[in-house]
Design a binder for this molecule. Sequence first.
Ligand code: ADP
Ligand code: MG
Length: 380
Amino acid sequence: MSVADGFRELYGAAPEGVWAAPGRVNLIGEYTDFNDGFVMPLALPHTAVAAVSRRDDGRLRVHSADVDQGVVQLDVDALRPLSDTGWAAYPAGVVWALREAGHAVTGADIHLSSTVPTGAGLSSSAALEVVTALALNDLYALGLSGRELAVLAQRAENAFVGVPCGVMDQMASACCADGNALYLDTRDLSLRQVPFDLAARGLRLLVVDTRVKHALGDGAYAERRAGCEAGARALGVRTLREVEYAQLSEALGRLSDETVRSYVRHVVTDNHRVERTIALLDAGDVRAVGAVLTEGHASLRDDLRVSCPELDLVVRAANDAGALGARMTGGGFGGSAIVLTEAAEADTVTKAVEAAFAEAGHMAPRVFPAVPSAGARRLY
Ligand code: ADP
Ligand code: MG
């Protein structure tokens, strides 16, 4: 059933419109967005699709075709951060953030369905937030830009849902463009669309969803964040973004804590890897990006220590089978990896990863191509 039909069945009238917002994979620049650094995500063809109508009576009704929970009924005046409304906290948090910012959102009926795998590090949560934000922006004629909607969606996730994420996921979902990667400076949210036409070059970027999510992920994220902040304080800078790559060894020499030192090394080198990737893409040398990805993985594994055996195995098996490079992507401790490969080798590489997983006794991974796709948009 289409999302519009689902809406009609639930709420007894056609929706005023239907919107879509994608999940994303991050090509390079990991754990850099909360350090004011650089990231380079691209939108996936997988989207959250929402059918939405306004209400003027303060009621907010949300329903997901993918969750067996019925319609969640809320009152926009009574929305409180960190009040547990389960999955509905994501769209409700967006309504809360819009109202907090002074926008007169007087209620909504929302029915949504998503093809973004959840909990796979592909930002199903940001897709949900951004599709809600864009729909309300259009319906209530708020006139907010994609960038402004992304920041409000991040605020919803941080303050209302209670997840301390950076702004990359929401910016990617809101601002990516078809056929491009998004070069984003998270300090001022300036961005550039970078043409990333893999097919024309005989290349493919594979997403390998390991389908595991290790429990230590949430605490580890907060710990890495705190460690990065400690590093910035020790170096007398506002954020690690201020540490130039050329000053890295001098900066590391001033840090006494071994853990903090390795976090700083990751952030500074990964920012540099984003800049190297941009230079390579601008020069048309897309194949050389592979080695940068693999280097980034080693940094996430050894310096930041956010990888896990399954992610390491994807990278090792893919590279052994002739891939151009690979790395974990997203928060780590499970979730997904990306693999850059010659298109002609994609099947060989995929089979090698699957065989390595079978041999190690891991669950079969889910592998699909990352086709750089459009950001959030109105469908009708
Ligand atoms: P990720 O963003 O990496 O997929 P998160 O843990 O940040 O993982 O977000 C996943 C959560 O988002 C789910 O647990 C659920 O609450 C919510 N979510 C995602 N997609 C849907 C959906 N289609 N319907 C309802 N809730 C969803
Ligand atoms: Mg998320």
